[in-house]
Write a protein that binds this ligand. Structure first.
Ligand code: SF4
Length: 367
């Protein structure tokens, strides 16, 4: 399940309609969900299901698969049935795959208004099939494939152009009484992306899927996404997020979950509070923090572990955390819930912290 948040929310959430992506509510007061997209050939059912299982284990709540060919469309029924989380079919160019995905039991379908001109006459049929099956549609506008009409009108993918494209497509569905929609307006520049989503948030009440598209390799993409999502989420804008990295999709999920945890939009999991180290450090903080992190990786428990290099901020931070060490003179003072429980030689700091963390986790009922 989705962990609940005990702390005060950072912002009043924008009021949006709620849709159901399979079993996952998106919009309204639903927790903000994290999603990713598989990189396997969708037609390779085993590889795709394997990757979906890895994503699910990492905290992914909704997964999208690309459907560029008939073989991929043919794989959808099995993938949709066997996946542990709702599957969204990502369709470009070919309306026939939209119908195939709806029939296949996919939880939602993503269409791109920039490359589905042929869709305009088919929207009525799509709306009917989608509503008959209770399948929502994501209208996914992307700067790189903006509708040529709007590119002509605005000269480039401005926030106004992205929003106009999305709302135009929505209006076609609305003409058929279909409003089971979520929207994304992605751009690779966080500044344009933030402006586009702000504008969109004012102009409709559909739930919004946040994304910085083609954000780049892991480091750059992480920063761009964190900055852009952070700005919007801190204003209450955004109902589901997808971090796009040129890296394995599990990395996208880790970043997405961390962004939500940082803003208290999801209960924090394991958190290492470690100092940057400085000329006063009496221990190798980097190695210590790395070893503690590695030793506790995968522990699904809201635990704050402080790893501090000296006595300046060490005892204070260690005391505030659930568990911590303040190092000095070749020794480490181990704190649990604000109390020094023991002092151990430097060589035993890591094992002691890990041991105590596991004991606390067990007390909290987590294994
Ligand atoms: Fe430097 Fe000590 Fe602060 Fe770490 S806790 S940054 S070693 S002063």
């Amino acid at each position: 399940g989705i962990p609940t948040v005990r702390t005060q929310p950072i912002a009043q959430r924008r009021v949006s309609r709620q849709i159901m992506v399979g079993s996952v509510p998106v919009g309204g007061d639903a927790p903000i969900s994290v999603q990713s997209m598989t990189t396997t050939l969708t037609a390779d059912v085993n590889a795709t299901l394997q990757q979906i299982a890895e994503l699910t284990a990492a905290g992914c709540q909704i997964v999208r698969v690309a459907v560029p060919s008939q073989d991929d469309a043919d794989a959808l029924p099995l993938i949709a049935r066997k996946s542990q989380i709702p599957v969204i079919a990502d369709i470009h160019f070919q309306p026939k795959y939209v119908f195939a995905a709806i029939e296949a039991g996919c939880a939602a379908v993503r269409v791109n208004p920039g490359n589905i001109k042929k869709f305009d006459d088919k929207v009525g049929e799509i709306a009917k099939a989608a509503s008959d099956h209770g399948v929502p549609i994501r209208i996914g506008v992307n700067a790189g494939s903006l509708d040529p009409r709007l590119l002509g009108k605005y000269g480039k993918a401005t926030p106004e152009a992205l929003v106009e494209s999305a709302l135009w497509e929505c209006s076609l569905f609305e003409e058929h009484g279909f409003r089971d929609i979520k929207i994304s307006v992605k751009h690779n520049d966080p500044v344009v992306m933030i402006q586009a989503y702000r504008l969109l948030a004012q102009k409709c009440d559909y739930p919004l899927h946040l994304g910085v598209t083609e954000a780049g390799p892991a480091f750059q993409g992480t920063i761009k996404s964190a900055v852009a999502f952070g700005a919007l989420l801190a204003e209450g804008i955004g109902d589901t997020i997808r971090v796009s990295l040129s890296a394995p999709p599990v990395e996208e999920i880790k970043v997405g979950c961390q962004i939500l945890e940082s803003l208290n939009l999801r209960e924090r999991g394991l958190e290492i509070v470690s100092c940057p180290s400085c000329g006063r450090a009496q221990v190798d903080v980097y190695t210590l923090a790395e070893q503690v992190h590695a030793g506790l990786d995968g522990l699904k428990v809201p635990l704050r572990v402080a790893v501090m290099g000296c006595v300046v901020n060490g005892p204070g931070e260690a005391r505030e955390a659930d568990l911590g060490v303040a190092s000095g003179n070749g020794k480490g003072q181990i704190f649990v819930k604000g109390q020094v429980i023991k002092t151990v030689p430097e060589s035993q700091i890591v094992e002691t912290l890990i041991e105590e963390a596991l004991r606390l986790a067990e007390e909290m009922g987590v294994d």
